[in-house]
Write a protein that binds this ligand. Structure first.
Ligand code: HEB
Length: 87
């Protein structure tokens, strides 16, 4: 969409930036196209699922919702925000 994803941006700041802004523990940094490219290629639905339910990947552990109590919709918006910065 053309509109800035304010919900996603805010959720990212509250629950994701802690790890993803600096790449703590192997977290993919928004804007790192080399890291995000293959992830985005898996499809948004899998990225939403991994962000909401958590998973263990090759680089580290992604905690469910980043350890937050955000609604699923806000976590999805944060994933959209991260993807939009990384395409
Ligand atoms: Fe994260 C990964 C989202 C928070 C850590 N994550 C990830 C991804 C996504 C995300 C989408 C990719 C997936 C795939 O590839 O499949 N996160 C997210 C969000 C948030 C977060 C939205 C907010 C809610 N994280 C977080 C935190 C941390 C993290 C807080 C720390 C603690 N992650 C992470 C890691 C990773 C991720 C380490 C990588 C893993 C692998 O290995 O792959």
């Amino acid at each position: 969409t053309v509109a800035v994803n304010e919900v996603g941006k805010s959720a990212f700041g509250k629950a994701c930036a802690l790890c993803h802004a600096a790449g703590v523990g192997g977290a993919p940094k928004p804007g790192d196209k080399a890291d995000w490219g293959p992830r985005i290629a898996q499809g948004a639905d899998l990225l939403y699922k991994h962000a909401i339910e958590g998973y263990n990947g090759a680089k580290g552990a992604m905690p469910p919702k980043g350890g937050s109590a955000l609604p699923d919709a806000d976590v999805k918006a944060a994933v959209d925000y991260m993807m939009s910065l990384s395409k």
